[in-house]
Ligand binder design. Structure first.
Ligand code: ZN
Length: 136
């Protein structure tokens, strides 16, 4: 529903997960600008054009706004307490989606304050409630 075949695959360029949060995307964008900047990448010529990254980022911002509009009323708000610890990864928690797959949140998602988690099996998103650890 959110795919646009005419667009550049921003997620591929930046090696991002489809469920990456706006914060992830922005961080990856800035990282990519540095990585691919001709002045800062003298060792080997970049195959990715800065303009391509900028265009892709603008597209993604629009996409994020589209998602924000769709989910202006979050479909489901789930407390982290309702998640179960991932049996194979103790830095991750899962919650069953009605499609049979799971929503998965990791410690790194929490560290960057990412609350919107996508289902691994369908396009559903949930908002996960958790308290961020207080910084020193
Ligand atoms: Zn699902």
């Amino acid at each position: 529903m959110l795919s646009d075949s005419s667009s550049i695959d921003f997620y591929e360029i930046l090696a991002l997960a489809r469920t990456a949060s706006a914060v992830d995307v922005k961080a990856a964008y800035h990282r990519a600008l540095i990585t691919h900047h001709p002045d800062k990448n003298t060792s080997k010529p970049s195959t990715v054009h800065i303009a391509t990254i900028k265009k892709a980022y603008e597209y993604d911002v629009q996409l994020q706004q589209k998602i924000a509009n769709i989910s202006s009323r979050p479909a489901q708000v789930i407390s982290l307490e309702d998640f179960e610890e991932d049996p194979v990864d103790d830095t991750a928690w899962t919650y069953p989606c009605r499609c049979g797959a799971v929503y998965r949140i990791t410690e790194s998602d929490m560290e960057i304050g990412s609350h919107i988690i996508g289902c691994s099996g369908c396009s559903e998103l949930v908002w996960v409630g958790f308290e961020l650890a207080t910084e020193d």
